[in-house]
Every structure is written in structure tokens, then in C-alpha cells.
Design a binder for this molecule. Structure first.
Ligand SMILES: C[S@@+](CC[C@H](N)C(=O)[O-])C[C@H]1O[C@@H](n2cnc3c(N)ncnc32)[C@H](O)[C@@H]1O
Ligand code: SF4
Length: 390
């Protein structure tokens, strides 16, 4: 990998024709910070004068500069994430999509997702979003158990997330995702069963489920260090993953990536782009992008972000050029986690031999020209990647 110190100046950001192209837009605002979260997001006290209007003005400039770099490539997917995009309100999120359309052509069947925190949504907001052209809503529910929501510092009541999912569907959204976190200390198997049933009962066509990660520097990590909360246990996490997979499968949702389940046709095309070699521009403070062999990321604070764009320059903090080996490692890491599997022709002779051993150990399964994780392999996906790469 070659880093910026070796590559003077700015990254060369050009689209490679034939690759999928998406836009990620980062909204860096949250009303309060959840104790487990280390995403690039700011509460009002941390903003140092930055605000959503200034952010939107800067975003418009970044999107103009982005369109000048990549040219007239149709955008197949847009994903507005955060932070809490719904703090912008329906009109604010409509303006974000308007800014995309002012600068890019959206493919006719474009998937346009926004993340949404249940407590900052309403039927009127979902109607505005649908009208504006959003096609998919991703709700952070995390759990249906009040004591789990309390450990996670979530501010919504257990009933608000499924109610929001039903409201989104009533507003005409066919594609609604619910995010769950499992393995939170204090969560029982029954709590997780109920969370899954509540999500499925709200009629969503997609569930993402993540094991609770204790990120360094978070309030949760400090509480774990002080011994106030136990660290999530690996065996419990594995057992909860199996519970999730069995219950979601019984409800007609199938895994298509290790942490993602959907009904047929409900897969998130934007995220599939990340996993299957697509390109994307990441706009907004701290956002990462990937074009050609270049990965870059923006400055993190909304004030530094706005300052760069006021001067009409890209707010790039740093970038790296991936060489063939980096691209290969990344491809193996990402594609093995997807249900369509890792294409065997990508592997060299040594890797194929190791793949054969992993098949013998019941961790991978050869399906046509692809290697797919078995149920047990999904529990050990990281180890499978390490083994494959040698
Ligand atoms: C960064 S959040 C943004 C969406 C929205 N603000 C929310 O919280 O609902 C996206 C998702 O990442 C997951 N997440 C964030 N931090 C996590 C952690 N430390 N461990 C596991 N999952 C995490 C949560 O499921 C969350 O819904
Ligand atoms: S609301 Fe979402 S982005 Fe904001 S702090 Fe909580 S998990 Fe992080």
C-alpha cells in the first residue's frame, strides 16, 4: 500500500467504467451519544458552532466537486447514514437528495436509503421522504428489551422502532431494515427472540444484526474496564448468532452477508456494492470513498469540513493507493462473507489448497465456481479469511 506521505498532493479520483457506482452521505449529528458508539458524530455541545445548514451548504459544494471528478456516471445507489440523518427532518433529507440530483444523474431504478432513529421519525416524515424519492429506510432498533436499551443508552421506548417500521411501510416503503445489536450484557436468549419477533412482526424485509463491539474510547469501554458491565462473552455471541439465523430463516429471511438477512429482493444493493467490488464517493465529514485503486477519507470535524469546502477544495484528510496484493486481500475478506461466495478463480494455487482444507473441515462449501461459508464457517468468518490468505 502506498500512503499519502509517499504520494504528494491530492488523490486522483476517477471512476472506472463498468463498476457499480454509489454515493454515501454522512450526517454527523446526534441528539445524544450512545455509550457503545464510536462513529464520527457530534452532539450539540461538541459541534463548536457547526450546524445542519452549514453542513448542507458544504455538502452541495462537495457533490459539485465530486461530479466534476467522476463525470456523468449514473448513480445506482445512495445511502444517507450517520449519525442521525432524521435529525435533518423530512425537508432536510429531501434537500440532500435534491443536492444529489442537482449534480448527478440518478439511475431510474436507483436505491436511495436513509438511516433513521426511531425517536426522530413520524408518519409525515416518511411520507415526505417517499415523495422526495427515497426507496429504503434503515431503522436502528437494537433491541426490544428495555434493560438492553438502557445499557446501550438508547433514548427510544421498545415499542417506537416497530411502530416506525409500520409507519414507513404505510407511507409506501417496500424496503425497510431494522438494525439489531445482540450479546449486550443483561440480554437473555428470550430478549433476543422477542427482538427478532418484533422486527419480523413489523413487516420489514431486511434485518442487520451486529454483535456488540466494545470500542476503545467509548463510555461502554470505560464501564467495562471499571467492572460495572461484563464484556460480551464469545460463546454467548456464537449461540445468539445461531438463534438469530434459525429464527430469521424460519420467518423467511435468509442471510446474504454474515450480518445481514433479507427476504428475496430485499438485499441492500448499496452495501452489496461495498462487498462486491463497487465504487463509491463518500461525502460528508469523515466519510470514506473508493474509486479505481484509491481509498480516501474526509476530515472528521464538521467545521474543518465546511472550511475546506468554503475554499472550494475537497476536504480530504488522507488517502492510499491499493496495490494488487491489497486489492486481493480486500476482495477475499469481503467476498467470502457474502452468500454468493468467493469466486475460486480469484485464488492462487496455495490459496486453493488451503480452501480445500477448509472445505474438508466443514467451514467452506464449494458451490459451482464459488466458495461459500457453511453455517459453522459463518461463526468463524474472520479465522477462515486468515487461513485462506495464509
Ligand atoms: C452508526 S449507527 C447509525 C444509525 C443510527 N444513528 C442508529 O443508531 O440507529 C448504525 C448501526 O451500527 C450499529 N452499531 C454502532 N456501533 C456499534 C457497536 N459498538 N457494536 C455493534 N453495533 C454497532 C448499530 O446497530 C446501529 O444501528
Ligand atoms: S444514535 Fe446512532 S450514530 Fe448516534 S450515537 Fe447512537 S448509535 Fe451512534
Amino acid at each position: 500500500m502506498t500512503t499519502r506521505t509517499e504520494l504528494a498532493g491530492q488523490p486522483q479520483l476517477a471512476h472506472v467504467p463498468g463498476r457499480a457506482f454509489g454515493l454515501y452521505i454522512h450526517v454527523p449529528f446526534c441528539a445524544t451519544r450512545c455509550g457503545y458508539c464510536d462513529f464520527n458524530t457530534y452532539t450539540p455541545a461538541e459541534l463548536g458552532g457547526a450546524n445542519p445548514d452549514g453542513w448542507l451548504a458544504a455538502l452541495r459544494v462537495e457533490l459539485r466537486l465530486a461530479a466534476e471528478s467522476v463525470g456523468s456516471v449514473p448513480v445506482q445507489t445512495v445511502f444517507v447514514g450517520g449519525g442521525t440523518p432524521t435529525l435533518l427532518g423530512g425537508a432536510g433529507l429531501a434537500a440532500v437528495l435534491g443536492a444529489v440530483r442537482d449534480n448527478f444523474e440518478l439511475a431510474v431504478d436507483a436505491e436511495v436509503t436513509t438511516e433513521a432513529n426511531p425517536e426522530s421519525t413520524s408518519p409525515a416524515m416518511f411520507a415526505t421522504l417517499r415523495e422526495a424519492g427515497y426507496t429504503r429506510i434503515s431503522l436502528g432498533m437494537q433491541s426490544a428489551a428495555p434493560q438492553v436499551l438502557a445499557v446501550l443508552d438508547r433514548t427510544h421506548s421498545p415499542g417506537r422502532a416497530p411502530a416506525a417500521a409500520l409507519e414507513a411501510r404505510a407511507a409506501g416503503f417496500d424496503h425497510v431494515n431494522i438494525d439489531l445489536i445482540y450479546g449486550t450484557p443483561g440480554e437473555t436468549d428470550d430478549d433476543l427472540r422477542r427482538s427478532i419477533d418484533v422486527a419480523v412482526g413489523a413487516g420489514v424485509d431486511h434485518v442487520s444484526a451486529y454483535s456488540l463491539i466494545v470500542e476503545d474510547g467509548t463510555a461502554l469501554a470505560r464501564r467495562v474496564r471499571r467492572g460495572e458491565i461484563a464484556r460480551p462473552d464469545d460463546d454467548v455471541l456464537a449461540q445468539r448468532y445461531e438463534l438469530l439465523d434459525n429464527r430469521l430463516s424460519a420467518a423467511g429471511m435468509h442471510w446474504y452477508e454474515v450480518s445481514n438477512w433479507s427476504r428475496a429482493g430485499g438485499e441492500c444493493r448499496h452495501n452489496l456494492g461495498y462487498w462486491e467490488g463497487g465504487e463509491w464517493w463518500g461525502a460528508g465529514p469523515g466519510a470514506h470513498g473508493f474509486l479505481g485503486d484509491t481509498r480516501w477519507w474526509n476530515v472528521k470535524h464538521p467545521n474543518a469540513y465546511a472550511q475546506a469546502l468554503t475554499e472550494n477544495r475537497l476536504p480530504v484528510a488522507d488517502f492510499e493507493e491499493l496495490d494488487a496484493r491489497d486489492r486481493h486481500v480486500e476482495e477475499v475478506m469481503l467476498r467470502v462473507r457474502v452468500r454468493d461466495g468467493l469466486p475460486v478463480p480469484l485464488l492462487d494455487a496455495d490459496e486453493r489448497a488451503r480452501a480445500e482444507r477448509l472445505c474438508g473441515e466443514g467451514l467452506l462449501l464449494a458451490q459451482g465456481e464459488a466458495l461459500v461459508l457453511t453455517d459453522r464457517g459463518r461463526l468463524l468468518a474472520d479465522a477462515v479469511v486468515r487461513d485462506l490468505l495464509g
